[in-house]
Design a binder for this molecule. Structure first.
Ligand code: ZN
Length: 323
């Protein structure tokens, strides 16, 4: 638009009715949202040049634009694609609201207010949440180093949202029917090293077994790690099997800290996680790992802005630890 046309347009602005101003504001917001989202979508991953998602060939040509996105055509397999092809967000609609939705994730906003603010249906925000988080949770450090604290915590099993309830629904989280640790409890293992790198796993129902502990920790612990746990003998057994240095704090004897040997960091993490999860009034067990990933990205501040969250939802992880 040239300056003259623009100035003409600006002169009309004071004559707009309140309703028209509101419509104009919405239109500008949508354009703004669309442009911000497209900028994140089109920004190349720093580590890999653009290539064909179908055959990985890098011999590609520009091939027009579709809904604001550059389309490419592969010289080898002749198929077309854009920057969203093969990502978790491929074929989702309303790109102009993706940054706003990502910002709602940064704000830990529940679905209903997020849907209201974005003026989309609640089912849309539900679908988006799981698509975004399914991708976000892949932002995990490859290894934990040095002194690494590990401890498990338990969540009440929840079939929230499930169509097949095997027992009467509990209201809002509720209490377990059986006292103590039972199969109604889902175990989450958290390991955190002293640089703050954190990993978590949903190990399964009931008490964590040594096999579950090993399959989680073995692949990610550096060889020279010092594993620190509470007195639960599962950790000692695993460390012996894996030939890892291990220290336990004897919490039952009232010993919480023995020099550098303590599990205060991982326990504080559990506390923050549980407090944060409280707002969702019970999380479906099947989606618990999505929520763990969401909280991890907030706690380590990788999910610092709508743009950062959208980039991660697209599988662009600037923070991935390379070892
Ligand atoms: Zn190809």
């Amino acid at each position: 638009m040239n300056a003259e046309t623009f100035n003409g347009l600006m002169k009309q602005v004071p004559r707009l009715t309140l309703r028209q101003r509101e419509l104009l504001r919405k239109r500008l917001d949508a354009l703004d949202g669309q442009q911000k989202a497209l900028a994140v979508i089109e920004s190349p991953s720093s580590d890999q040049p653009r290539s064909c998602p179908h055959c990985q060939s890098s011999a590609i040509d520009r091939h027009g634009q579709v809904s604001g996105l550059q389309r490419y055509r592969c010289q080898m397999c002749h198929r077309t694609f854009n920057a969203l092809t093969g990502t978790a967000l491929a074929r989702l609609r309303k790109k102009d609201k993706w940054i706003g939705f990502s910002a709602a994730l940064v704000a830990s906003q529940p679905l209903r207010p997020a849907a209201a603010a974005l003026q989309v249906h609640r089912n849309t925000t539900l679908r988006w949440r799981h698509r975004f988080l399914g991708s976000l949770k892949a932002d995990r450090p490859a290894t934990l180093q040095g002194i690494t604290e590990a401890d498990e915590t338990y969540f009440l099993e929840s079939r929230k949202g499930s169509r097949k309830l095997e027992r009467p629904a509990r209201r809002r989280g509720g209490k377990a029917g059986k006292p103590g640790l039972s199969c109604e409890q889902v175990c989450v293992l958290v390991a955190r090293d002293r640089t703050g790198q954190t990993l978590d796993w949903v190990t399964g129902r009931g008490q964590m077994t040594k096999a579950e502990l090993a399959s989680a920790l073995q692949p990610v612990l550096a060889k020279d790690v010092l594993l620190v746990s509470d007195g639960n003998p599962t950790y000692r057994g695993f460390a012996q099997d894996a030939h890892l240095a291990h220290e336990a704090v004897n919490l039952s004897a009232g010993v919480r800290v023995n020099g550098a040997v303590h599990v205060q960091n991982v326990n504080a993490y559990h506390g923050r996680l549980k407090q944060w999860l409280h707002r969702f009034h019970g999380v479906a067990t099947g989606y618990l790992d999505n929520y763990l990933g969401w909280f991890r990205a907030l706690d380590n501040q990788h999910a610092a802005s709508g743009e950062a969250v959208l980039a991660m939802a697209l599988g662009k992880f600037p923070h991935l630890t390379v070892t």
